[in-house]
Design a protein. Structure first.
Length: 132
């Protein structure tokens, strides 16, 4: 079996967290939100943040939501961003999103600069620069 790419990640969020999710993923990080109409009509239990043409993060409101912690198996989702690390940091600063740390981690495309932020629900997101 040969995988070609990650299609999606599904993250549970608090039932009342839709507004916070939109503020973070759409307004602060700049990702398009898709499927909101299907979520609002009850046809799907989630809506999605479009990361790239073939990749999304599903955000699924859940009455039994428990935030991610250091004691769960979840650590982070890494997203390649078509920008320099300085451009990413500038966009985050303009959106008032705190950068937890800056590293040059090894990923699927090699070592490159990245910053880590945390969404309103405790999920850590790695934003990895594609441009040096």
């Amino acid at each position: 079996m040969n995988g070609t790419a990650i299609d999606h990640v599904n993250l549970h969020i608090p039932e009342d967290g839709v507004g916070s999710a939109l503020e973070f993923y759409r307004d602060a990080l700049g990702f398009d939100i898709v499927g909101m109409d299907l979520y609002e009509s009850g046809e799907k239990p989630f809506f999605s943040a479009r990361l790239a043409p073939g990749a999304v993060i599903h955000l699924q409101p859940d009455a039994g939501f428990a935030p991610a912690s250091e004691h769960t198996a979840y650590d982070h989702v890494a997203v390649r961003i078509d920008d320099t690390i300085e451009g990413i940091e500038d966009a985050l600063a303009a959106a008032d999103v705190d950068v937890e740390r800056r590293l040059e981690p090894l990923g699927a495309t090699g070592v490159g600069p990245a910053v880590y932020v945390t969404d309103p629900f405790g999920y850590r997101i790695e934003l990895k620069a594609e441009q040096a």
